[in-house]
Design a protein around this ligand. Structure first.
Ligand SMILES: CSCCC(=O)C(=O)COP(=O)(O)O
Length: 422
């Protein structure tokens, strides 16, 4: 039986016949032309032909502008048309089409067959929790800030202060590349030394996500070098390199540490209602099938804001246990094919006063992540970490931050500085 991957588009047009448009996409992006084909050829081409699954037209209400007229169009693309890799799928479903007027790719559903080539996250949410030995609360991550132009001792000190504040993970800044002052191997050495020092004081385990950078052809070797030097996690700017590069790295058996996907450049793709690729596809489905163990994305509450419904759609995609069941069109679901879930990391401009909102919307399977909200604490970086841990504890206990702050000076100072977001 044929298997299909499904793409759903939102197409905007004031007067188009959307059914005709859908047919044009289904044929144009697969066999090219259909009605002109001789009958004898149709039989052999049938298996390559795209199919229109649905066309839902949304006419503007009376008095509303015609520019609000759109249709959600779902097309089924036969798997036989493309190889089992993300570039082939994306070029098929949204290659030329992405440049053809007001149209946005809003969903992708993969066939069981296609997904069989994607083992997904090697560690996933559960694996990351296991590595850290933390299962009963949201994790806390901090981000190096002010690293470009600094020497190793300054980096070591910054690492130590973050770790001593009780964070579970520390990530490199995504703009820290290979450089003579803090080359990767030396950076790993001093940071792990600082991690050990802090761990003796906090009793906590820690993951340090080293930024994996450089030419694509050298990435796997650099990742393995980082791991052999003791790196226990990697940060990766997925969109600058492409999903297939993440897939290559995550499926390499020798790259046996969690990979954290940074969303740098995603803003060039998802925010427009009319163009690009929806955040839940870009930062959700594609990241997860490509093997990201943790995925960073802007939150609805901080400094780089993403609408809440888009945020929750990413969360849903990253945390849904078995994405594959509804992925097949005319193909049976295979219950044995399961992807690990990826840890959601809503980020940017997060401070302790935002923690209750994060936990309300994401539950406990979330990583609270902050750079400025930790380093910018008026009592210093260590206090910044403590303030976050206190905010998490208070929220889990159902205590209002203002009440908890009465006996927790670090939280109080954070609230006095940044307030509480209701
Ligand atoms: C837009 S999600 C990426 C967040 C990030 O990498 C970052 O550095 C956020 O730092 P902040 O000081 O805003 O917590």
């Amino acid at each position: 039986m044929s298997a299909y991957c499904l793409a759903t588009y939102r197409s905007f047009d004031e007067k188009a016949d959307f059914h005709k448009k859908a047919q044009g996409i289904a044929v144009g992006l697969t066999v090219g032309s259909w009605t002109e084909l001789p009958e004898a050829q149709k039989a052999s081409m049938e298996k390559h032909l795209g199919k229109v699954v649905s066309v839902d037209v949304h006419e503007p209400a009376a008095g509303e502008s015609l520019s609000g007229r759109y249709a959600d169009i779902t097309i089924a693309y036969p798997d036989v048309n493309f190889s089992r890799d993300i570039p082939a799928l994306l070029v098929t479903v949204f290659g030329k089409l992405s440049m053809d007027g007001k149209i946005k790719l809003i969903d992708l559903k993969f066939s069981t067959d296609f997904l069989a080539g994607f083992p997904g996250p090697k560690f996933g949410l559960q694996g990351v929790r296991d590595l850290l030995g933390v299962h009963d609360r949201p994790l806390l991550m901090s981000i190096f800030k002010s690293v470009v132009g600094y020497e190793l001792p300054a980096l070591r000190e910054q690492f130590y202060l973050q770790a001593a504040g009780g964070v579970d993970l520390i990530k490199d800044d995504e703009i820290l590349f290979e450089n003579p002052l803090t080359p990767m191997e030396k950076r790993i050495a001093v940071c792990l030394e600082a991690a050990e020092q802090a761990s003796k004081e906090t009793g906590q385990k820690l993951l340090y996500a080293v930024n994996l950078t450089g030419p694509t052809s050298q990435l796997a070797a650099r990742a393995k070098r980082a791991i052999s030097e003791g790196a226990n996690a990697l940060l990766f700017n997925v969109l600058a390199y492409g999903f297939d590069v993440l897939h290559e790295l995550s499926t390499d058996p020798a790259i046996n540490v969690p990979i954290m996907a940074h969303p740098a450049m995603a803003g060039a793709t998802y925010p427009s209602p009319h163009y690009g690729i929806a955040a839940s596809v870009l930062l959700g489905k594609l990241m997860r099938i490509a093997g990201a163990d943790l995925v960073l994305f802007p939150s609805p509450y901080g400094s780089v804001v993403m609408p809440k419904e888009e945020n929750l759609a990413i969360k849903q995609v990253l945390l849904t246990q078995d994405l594959r069941n509804d992925y097949s069109y005319q193909a049976e679901a295979d219950a044995s094919l399961k992807l690990a879930t990826s840890f959601p990391v809503p980020s940017a401009g997060i401070h302790p006063g935002i923690v209750p909102l994060i936990l309300r919307d994401f539950g406990t399977d979330v990583i609270v992540n902050a750079g400025g909200g930790i380093h910018g604490h008026p009592m210093g970086t260590i206090a910044g970490g403590h303030a976050f841990r206190q905010a998490i504890d208070a929220t889990l206990q159902g205590v209002h931050l203002r009440d908890y702050a009465q006996t927790h000076p670090e939280l109080k100072a954070a609230i006095d500085t940044w307030g509480i977001k209701e």
